[in-house]
Write a protein that binds this ligand. Structure first.
Ligand SMILES: [Zn+2]
Length: 395
């Protein structure tokens, strides 16, 4: 049994403990959380860490299969030119070495669990072999032409069955890349199977223009891609309304019970946010600030999400749109742009909220007896993050 203490312990659930100690066994399972009085009475002398301790980070959004694309795409292209640049690069398959390295690097940065998107099986073998971090794989499907819906659905379903892990879901990609019929197939299956969903939402304003008026850069790119866009006939004029309109009705398992990770939300407005909250009580809003700056050079309206008291999580997105896979770096970026953010709140985004979203909060996300969340040491910080704050994993 080991006992450690710190100036500040960020529990993950919003609590902060000053000079407390944590006792854990050789497997990293927490056995006790002790106040200074309690450990003095028990005559325990903890190993003291100056600075702060917190639970292991949860990276709620990543694409490990793009780990070979670091630095390959220029910054600030906007999402449409980014996708155009990404498509030919996807012909290059990442090596297992590159994927393994990305997983090891994430673990070094204090990430204990990741929600990882797979459009292919390129990462499957490595994910099944490496156990440094918990991986929930979202098998993501896309296909905008309605004629391809069946084919795309079965492709994704085959991939889903191919992955030997119980931590997996089948999920649609984004409003602009999934036809109504494919969306219905995917949601029908995933809701029935109670899967966690992950949906790229409003990463670009051009996504809204596509639905509103069938115009804008995204519309033009799709028009060029498909030749004509007559087949694109959404039932509504807004990507959020469209999602709500096609969500299946199941009285045995209402949509308010489904865990849904809405990813990016860079251009989500307050009306849309309120609609999502009203329909989906278990919504998690994932920010990937470094990727947003890399691609669109724009950040979500963070204060609007705080004001509406929604659950926020953090993600890194992939190395195609980020210089590193580090949740601390995401927090530092948010802090730089929103200096009034509270470190305690940021840590709950980076830990417990992500663990809840991925249904792993029985083990991860907060410092509590019987959990095994990993413990991180944040150096050069107590109540504020700065550029010299670094992270190392204690257990
Ligand atoms: Zn993504």
């Amino acid at each position: 049994m080991q006992t450690i203490s710190a100036d500040y312990i960020y529990v993950g659930n919003g609590e902060v403990l000053k000079n407390y100690a944590i006792q854990f066994d050789e497997k990293g399972v927490i056995k006790a959380v002790l106040s200074p009085k309690e450990y003095a009475e028990k005559n325990i002398q903890p190993v003291h860490y100056p600075g702060a301790l917190c639970p292991g980070f949860i990276n709620a959004h990543c694409h490990l299969e793009l780990s070979h694309l670091k630095g390959k795409i220029r910054k600030h292209l906007g999402v449409n030119a980014f996708i155009d640049a990404l498509i030919p690069l996807q012909n290059y398959v990442p090596s297992e070495q590159e994927i393994a390295q990305a997983i090891v690097d994430m673990a070094k940065q204090g990430i204990v669990a990741v929600g990882d998107i797979s459009n292919t099986k390129h990462t499957f073998r490595i994910k099944e072999k490496l156990s440094q971090i918990h991986i929930h794989t979202f098998i993501e499907s896309f296909g905008l032409h309605p004629d391809k819906a069946q084919e795309k659905f079965f492709e994704a379903l085959t991939l889903f069955h191919e992955l030997k892990s119980q931590h997996k879901s089948l999920t649609p990609h984004a409003p602009y890349s999934v036809s109504k019929s494919l969306l219905k197939e995917l949601l029908g299956y995933s809701c029935e199977e109670r899967h966690i969903l992950s949906y790229h939402l409003l990463e670009s304003d051009t996504e809204r223009q596509l639905f509103e008026k069938k115009q804008g850069k995204m519309y033009e790119r799709l028009l060029e891609w498909f030749g004509n866009m007559d087949f694109f006939e959404p039932d509504t004029q807004n990507p959020v309304d469209e999602w709500i309109a096609h969500f299946p009705f199941d009285p045995a398992f209402p949509k308010s019970m489904m865990h849904i990770l809405f990813v990016h939300n860079t251009f989500l407005n307050e009306t849309e946010l309120k609609k999502l909250m009203e329909h989906f009580a278990k919504s998690y809003f994932v920010f990937c600030p470094n990727a947003n700056l890399y691609i669109e050079n724009h950040l979500p309206d963070v204060d609007m999400f705080i004001r509406n008291k929604v659950k926020i999580c953090l993600g890194t997105d992939s190395l195609a749109s980020n210089d590193q896979l580090s949740i601390l770096a995401e927090m530092q970026t948010l802090y730089k742009h929103f200096p009034h953010l509270d470190l305690n709140m940021l840590i709950s985004w980076a830990t417990l909220n992500g663990a809840e979203a991925l249904y792993i909060d029985d083990k991860y996300g907060s410092i509590a007896v019987n959990k095994q969340p990993g413990i991180l040491w944040l150096k050069n910080t107590t109540t504020h993050l700065n550029e010299s704050t670094s992270v190392s994993r204690i257990i």
